[in-house]
Design a protein around this ligand. Structure first.
Ligand SMILES: C[S@@+](CC[C@H](N)C(=O)[O-])C[C@H]1O[C@@H](n2cnc3c(N)ncnc32)[C@H](O)[C@@H]1O
Length: 237
């Protein structure tokens, strides 16, 4: 296989490429104090579905960053068609192109696991303002697995490692986040509800290999159902 799972998301232009999609995002953002004075970073923004929602809903200052140029171009098109004044930056979460204390909130939806966790988490901490909050949705292992058992998942998704809830918690604490709360959502998921359906921004001439990657993804989610979950980590400085 020459292409990665993330290449596949970029080519299909999947918006809301995290568990429970925009519906979950709306749910946890509604509990935060967000007004037009706040600066929010959507780190690993993908095609910018969440960024656009935040800018429209809260009229605050939104910055969208991703390392994938196809994703970013699709995000730019979305913001431009909606006339949203969102700053788009190309860069890596492992070495953020922002000064210390730049953001009130960082949102990271299914991103950190694809990066070097030990670099990304301290970078998020560095660019948050005092009293800033990191909201991270991450895939978790519901029980520990041996390296061999993890191999098919790690290789397919191209993640650096697979972590349990407890291991994630310790990574956040090690980066000196003072308060880390973990939430396992029991949100009912109705796949026929259009609000739960991801949006797509397809590239032209999609190689057959990308359809094979999508199929493999669906296969793996079935095989590992019950073993792979997700959590919302809310980390305060
Ligand atoms: C599963 S997608 C999620 C996209 C978006 N957050 C969403 O929920 O739709 C993961 C995103 O993280 C981006 N990404 C992966 N590693 C990154 C890094 N080191 N720096 C910035 N973005 C990264 C990918 O390009 C991709 O857009």
């Amino acid at each position: 296989m020459n292409y990665t799972y993330l290449d596949c998301l970029a080519i299909f232009g999947v918006g809301g490429a995290h568990p429970r999609g925009l519906q979950l995002t709306k749910e946890f953002l509604s509990r935060e104090k967000i007004d037009e004075t706040k600066s929010i970073l959507d780190a690993g923004c993908g095609t910018g579905q969440t960024s656009a929602y935040i800018a429209e809903q809260y009229q605050c200052n939104v910055t969208s960053l991703d390392c994938n140029k196809i994703m970013l171009e699709k995000a730019r098109q979305r913001f431009s068609s909606l006339h949203l004044p969102i700053e788009v930056r190309h860069g890596s979460t492992e070495n953020l192109p922002f000064d210390e204390g730049s953001f009130d909130i960082i949102l990271s939806e299914s991103v950190i696991a694809f990066t070097d966790v030990s670099l990304t988490i301290p970078e998020f901490k560095r660019v948050l303002k005092p009293n800033g909050v990191l909201l991270a949705i991450e895939m978790v292992l519901e029980k520990s697995l041996s390296k061999d058992e993890m191999k098919p998942i790690v290789n397919f998704y191209g993640v650096s490692q697979l972590l349990t809830e407890n291991e994630w918690y310790h990574f956040f604490k090690r980066a000196n986040f003072k308060q880390v709360s973990v939430e396992k959502f029991k949100l009912d998921f109705d796949e026929h509800d259009v609000r739960n359906v991801p949006d797509f921004s397809l590239s032209e001439n999609i190689d057959d290999e990308f359809y094979e990657i999508l199929e493999k993804h669906l296969h793996l989610t079935t095989v590992y159902k019950g073993l792979l979950g997700f959590r919302l980590f809310r980390c305060c400085i």
